[in-house]
Structures are given as C-alpha cells and as structure tokens.
Design a protein around this ligand. Sequence first.
Ligand code: C5P
Length: 254
Amino acid sequence: MARRRQIYEGKAKVLFEGPEPGTLVQYFKDDATAFNNKKRGTITGKGVLNNRISEYLMLRLGEIGVPTHFVRRLNMREQLVREVEIIPLEVVVRNVAAGSLAQRFGLSEGTPLPRCIVEWYFKSDALNDPMVSEEHITAFGWATTQDLDEMMSLALRINDFLCGLFLGVGIRLVDFKIEFGRLYNGDDMQIVLADEISPDSCRLWDIRTGDKMDKDRFRRDLGGVEEAYQEVARRLGILPEGGPRDLKGPALMQ
Ligand code: C5P
C-alpha cells in the first residue's frame, strides 16, 4: 500500500494511482463515519465486505448496460477502477420514507412513497452536503441539463434493477446514494456510475422482519453492524476467499 502514490483519502476509502494510465486503485477501509464526521468508529471487516458487495452490484449493473467505473477486484480490500472526473453531486434515490426525508416532511419511517424520488445534494463536507435543485446545479456549472437527464435516467434504471435484485434475496431497498463521474475518451465524454454501492450507502431492510441491514445500525447504535453487513453479503451469495468460515474469521481483519 505504501509504495503507491495516494491520490485521495476519503472517510471510508483511499484512492491510489493505478498500474496503467487512466486507472486508480480503490482501497476500502473499515472506518465508519456518520453525521458529517461527527460520529466515528470502526466496523471490523466492513472494507472487505463492501469491496465484494460493490464489485457484485457494479458487475450486475454492467451486465444490463449501466456504464460503471469498475474494472476488476484486485484483492480483499482493493479494486481497480477507471479514473473519472467526479461530478460533485450525491444522487439519492428513495422508494420508502426514511432518514432525512422522513424528518424533513414529518413522515414516519417506512411510509411507502407514491413513486420513487430522486434528490441532488452538493458534495461538500464544509457545507454539510446541502440539498440542491437542478437550477443550482446548472447555474453553478456542476453539470449541464444533458448531464442531469443522463444521471436521472441512469439513477432510475439502477433503482429498478437493484430493487428487484434485493427483493430476490428478501431485502427491501429503501433508498441509496450514488455518484457519477465523467469518463473521457478522446473527444467523447461518457457519464458512468462511480464510487461504491454498499450497505454504507444504501438503506436495506429485511422484508420479513423489517430489521435494518445497513449503516443505520452504526448511526443509531443498534448493534450487530458487522453481522448485518455479513448477512447482506451472504444473501447475495458473496463469500470471501475460503468460504463461509472466513465471514467471521481473521481474513476480515486484513
Ligand atoms: O440521510 P439520508 O436519509 O438523506 O440518506 C439517504 C441515503 O443516502 C441513505 O441510504 C444513506 O445511507 C445515503 N447517504 C450516503 N452518504 C451521504 C448521505 C446519504 O451514502 N453523505
């Protein structure tokens, strides 16, 4: 890890220069933060599981034609990705009222929404990721109206597909956050799904019991955080090298 040039360190991931031009190595940490860094902790094995879960979801999305930055997984905690210019927006898609939406509109968590809702937030820790409108986005030049159309249509396709995928393993996809990047190829520019999709960035509820299987267990001190992430991986059929034993074993510490 130390031999490579570090490009960026985020709260849950580190980006290193990749082996070929135009690539980066995305390293998944066990560090967890919430409420814009005010709450910090470690979820043992989270990095290993999120690397696997994000790989799995990006590959499935790639198969249905959603362009992503993912190239291949390198090892337990690292994946090779294409270097993209990140669009400074967090795109949140919601199917069920929860979290900040439930709070803002006084809805009880779990209220189904009349249709899925897409929201835009400006990526800025200093400003607490404020919610923004399409007007702000185009006026400040963070994205064009064409970019917004493309992100909206990709976000809805991703939501439809992931809702079905999770439903198949007994999980309700309540909401999630995604990020997009610009991939340049000569004069061409393509918007691709970037960052990660994992229980850190999704709300996932057990269909039968309603139990939370995501980062809300950490945010709200519900306990059983590691177990919840492991259960998501298990249901998706993703097991670390060595099989089911390793889900609890030392491999997650690496
Ligand atoms: O907190 P809020 O209800 O707005 O979060 C909506 C969804 O976006 C949740 O699934 C949450 O995990 C995700 N999110 C995220 N990173 C943020 C803010 C929200 O992954 N900075």
